[in-house]
Ligand binder design. Structure first.
Ligand SMILES: NC(=O)c1ccc[n+]([C@@H]2O[C@H](COP(=O)([O-])OP(=O)(O)OC[C@H]3O[C@@H](n4cnc5c(N)ncnc54)[C@H](O)[C@@H]3O)[C@@H](O)[C@H]2O)c1
Ligand SMILES: [Zn+2]
Ligand SMILES: [Zn+2]
Length: 355
C-alpha cells in the first residue's frame, strides 16, 4: 500500500510498497482511508521534540470505509460503513473509559506511534496511508453522520473534540472572558468551543497574522500578537485579566503569557501536548493568583458521545471552511505538506491528505 513513513527528524517519505495491514486481533478492523489530517501533534516527532520509533507510518486522524472486521468486531461497524477513527484506541469498558477518559484507556494506544525504547512493543502504524488497522474497534470507531463530509469528519477525529476539551476543562461558561494562545487548528477549535459555550470578550493570540484573521472570522473579539496581548487584555478587562486562558501553543512563552493574562482564581487550560520538562507558569505565579492548571490528552472517543448529537441538532457547528484551508491534497505530496505546515505558511491552517 501507499503510505508516508517518518524516517527521521524532518524526514517524511512516500512509500508505495508498505505491507497492507491485516486483522491481527479479533477486535481489529481494517479501514480504507479516504481522508487523513495533518496535525500539530505530527510536528512534535517531525521536529524532534518527541521521541518515536522511526519507520512508523505517522498520522492519527483518519476517516474511511470499513473493509475488514475481526471475529469480535462486528459490533464496531458494518463492512462498507463510513467511519471516523479517534486518535487513540479505547476499549470502552475499563475504568478510565467508563469515566469518560477514553484517551487514557488502559488498553489503548496512540496511532502513528512506536515506543523508541522498547523494541518488543510493535508500533501502531498511523493514518497517513491507504489502509489503517484499528485495534479495539468496537470501543473506538464512530460512524460518520451522512451530513458530514470527509473534511469535517477529519476535524472530529481530534481537533474539534480537543478544542471542546480545552474549553470545558477551563470551565468556560456564559459571560466568561477567555484568551486563547496559539491559533492553529486546535486553538481555533478551542475558541470556537468557548464561543459556543457562551464566552464573551474572546481574545485570540498568535504571531501569525492570517491565523488571527481566522480567529476573528470565528467570532473572536480581539486578535493580537503575543507582544501586544498583555496590554490588550488589561485594557479589555479593565485591569482584571481573563477568567480562562487556553494554551494551544505548547510553548513556555505561551504559558508564561497565559499566567500574566489570567486574573485571580483563573484557570489555565493547557491543551497543547507537553514536550517540556516544566510549565511556563511558575509555582509562585500559580500561588499568587490562585490559579488552577489543567492539562492532558483529549478523550475524543468519550466526547463524541456528547458532541455528535450536538452537531446533528445544530448546537455545535463544525467550522470546516475556516479551519480546513487545504482539504484534499494528494498523500503522495505529504512530504511537501509537512514542510509547508511546519513553516506555518500564511493562509495554511490545516491540510488533509487523500491516499
Ligand atoms: N491535548 C490533546 O489531546 C491534543 C490533541 C491534538 C493536538 N494537541 C496539541 O495542540 C497543540 C496545537 O496543535 P495545532 O494543530 O493547532 O498546532 P499548530 O502548530 O498548527 O499551532 C500552534 C500555534 O501556536 C502558535 N504559537 C507559537 N508560539 C506562540 C506564542 N508564544 N504565543 C502564541 N502563539 C504561539 C503558532 O504560531 C501556531 O499558530 C499542539 O501541541 C498539538 O500537539 C493536543
Ligand atoms: Zn491531531
Ligand atoms: Zn478502556
Amino acid at each position: 500500500m501507499r503510505g508516508l513513513v517518518l524516517t527521521g527528524v524532518g524526514d517524511v517519505e512516500v512509500h508505495d510498497d508498505l505491507p497492507e495491514p491485516t486483522i491481527e486481533e479479533p477486535t481489529d478492523a481494517i479501514i480504507e482511508v479516504t481522508r487523513t489530517g495533518l496535525c500539530g501533534s505530527d510536528l512534535h516527532p517531525y521536529e524532534g521534540r518527541e521521541a518515536v520509533r522511526f519507520g512508523v507510518v505517522p498520522g492519527h486522524e483518519a476517516v474511511g470505509t470499513v473493509v475488514a472486521l475481526g471475529a469480535e468486531a462486528s459490533s464496531a461497524a458494518a463492512i462498507g460503513e463510513r467511519v471516523l477513527v479517534p486518535f487513540t484506541t479505547s476499549c470502552g469498558t475499563c475504568s478510565p473509559c467508563r469515566r469518560g477518559l477514553s484517551s487514557r484507556c488502559v488498553h489503548g494506544a496512540l496511532f502513528g506511534f512506536g515506543d523508541p525504547d522498547d523494541r518488543s512493543l510493535p508500533p501502531l502504524h498511523g493514518a497517513q496511508a491507504s489502509h489503517l488497522r484499528v485495534p479495539l474497534a468496537p470501543g473506538t470507531l464512530v460512524g460518520v453522520p451522512d451530513d458530514l463530509d470527509d473534511a469535517a469528519a477529519v476535524l472530529l477525529t481530534d481537533n474539534l473534540p480537543t478544542g471542546w476539551a480545552a474549553a470545558t476543562r477551563g470551565e468556560v461558561g456564559p459571560g466568561q472572558r477567555v484568551a486563547v494562545i496559539g491559533l492553529g487548528s486546535v486553538g481555533l477549535c478551542s475558541l470556537h468551543a468557548a464561543r459556543t459555550l457562551g464566552a464573551r470578550g474572546l481574545v485570540a493570540v498568535d504571531p501569525v497574522a492570517t491565523r488571527r484573521g481566522s480567529a476573528l472570522q470565528l467570532g473572536a473579539d480581539l486578535g493580537v500578537h503575543p507582544d501586544d496581548a498583555e496590554a490588550a487584555v488589561l485594557e479589555s478587562t479593565g485591569g482584571e485579566g481573563v477568567d480562562v486562558a487556553i494554551d494551544a501553543s505548547g510553548t513556555l512563552a505561551g504559558q508564561a503569557l497565559a499566567a500574566r493574562l489570567l486574573g485571580p482564581g483563573g484557570i489555565l487550560s493547557i491543551i497543547a501536548v507537553q514536550t517540556e520538562p516544566r510549565f511556563g507558569v511558575t509555582p509562585v505565579q500559580a500561588y499568587d493568583r490562585n490559579l488552577t492548571i489543567r492539562a492532558g490528552r483529549a478523550p475524543v472517543r468519550s466526547l463524541l458521545d456528547d458532541l455528535v448529537p450536538r452537531i446533528l441538532d445544530g448546537r455545535l457547528t463544525v467550522p470546516t471552511e475556516v479551519l480546513m484551508t487545504h482539504p484534499a491534497e494528494p498523500l503522495a505530496e505529504g512530504p511537501t505538506w509537512y514542510r509547508r505546515f511546519a513553516a506555518r505558511e500564511p493562509g495554511l491552517i490545516k491540510a488533509a491528505l487523500v491516499p
